[in-house]
Design a protein around this ligand. Structure first.
Ligand code: ZN
Length: 147
């Protein structure tokens, strides 16, 4: 994993860039090294792990829409915990089932273990008598980034 995390000037995470791109940002002095690999140089720079933009960029759209929905992203957001029981989750459940018009959105999906997913089937949690252990949220970019 040699991608470099770019932080906004207020330290809010923005996105990851390849090392080459990170070096170009350093050369153009639009970013500074926030965290580097110990004892590794790339040209004249320490090998960057995290960059910080020199100037704050407004990225309001990121906070309103969040990252694109994905099953992997849902599992990562929920830390692979089932939304209905204490078991580890391997599947993603649609809270309002797809067959009833439920969509692939962050707020309509939650991680679930296989057993809970089967039990809930195409019912709503209320119909199935199942309670959500936590509420699904729109994740930040950082929480869905690979670690
Ligand atoms: Zn479960």
């Amino acid at each position: 994993m040699n991608a470099v995390l770019v932080l906004n000037a207020d330290l809010g995470p923005l996105h990851r860039v390849p090392v080459k791109h990170a070096i170009r940002m350093l050369l153009r002095q639009v970013a500074e090294i926030h965290e580097a690999e110990p004892d590794r140089l790339i040209g004249v720079f320490p090998m960057p792990r995290v960059l910080r933009l020199v100037r704050y960029v407004v990225t309001r759209w990121r906070y309103t829409t969040g990252p694109a929905w994905s099953k992997v992203g849902v599992l990562r957001r929920d830390d692979h915990r089932c939304g209905y029981c204490p078991a580890p989750a391997t599947t993603v459940d649609h809270i309002l089932p797809r067959s009833r018009g439920g969509r692939n959105t962050w707020k309509n999906t939650i991680s679930a273990c296989y057993a809970c997913n089967q039990r809930k089937a195409d019912l709503t949690p209320a119909e199935a008598g199942m309670e959500l252990r936590f509420l699904p949220s729109v994740p930040t970019w950082a929480s869905t980034a690979p670690r």
